[in-house]
Design a protein around this ligand. Sequence first.
Ligand code: CA
Length: 244
Amino acid sequence: MHVLLVEDDPEIAGPLARGLARYGHDVRWVSTGQDALLAEDDPEMVLLDLGLPDMDGLDVCRRLRERSEVSLIMISARGSETDKVVGLELGADDYIVKPFTVRELIARMRAVQRRRLAPPPAPAPLPGVVIGLPRASRGRDRYGRLSVDRLAHRTYLDETEVPLSPKEYALLVYLTDRLDTLATREDIMEAVWDSNWFGPTKTLDTHVYGLRHKLGDAVCIEAVRGVGFRLSVKSPAATRQPAS
Ligand code: CA
């Protein structure tokens, strides 16, 4: 995999780059946020240290996300839950706290790529075919006023696109796949975040809050205390009409 490593400390970056290379990854190393934003080649994975000399890694993440959906893992010495939640809210796929082993990082990189490459429910047409079709003519899964274009990862409310973060989108897809069914916190965390997620699941509440805020009363995401969440659609057209 082509990896962009953004890390200012050569004593971390050097061994890390060599370790990743041993696993067959092609690593480009930059040591500032500016260089990360200016990197012209197209990485498949960004490993982003948050403590950079010229700008905050969170800002680098935000600006990368404005233009790219590249897989991104944040690397930080800051292990507080707030940092993780903010990082994940900004669209990081995962967050790893120093110190960590190359093996752990590799496992997380693989998990991120597996989730990214997970096949959509419907067979995906060839990329050229998708690009050639006008967006409106493609099938969307409809849930009342809400519709989801799973090929494009786009969400619409009354035909107006609703910008969701990658995690909000993944959470919405997980819940709409289980319409009117109670999904447990553990199952959601495992499917949407990381199968190795241990500890607090506050980030899940943050993302549910974000979805409720963005989707208004088009859907109801009901919290079942201590268990999980259940999504239902309020409008009369509540039945799922799969894309044809
Ligand atoms: Ca640093």
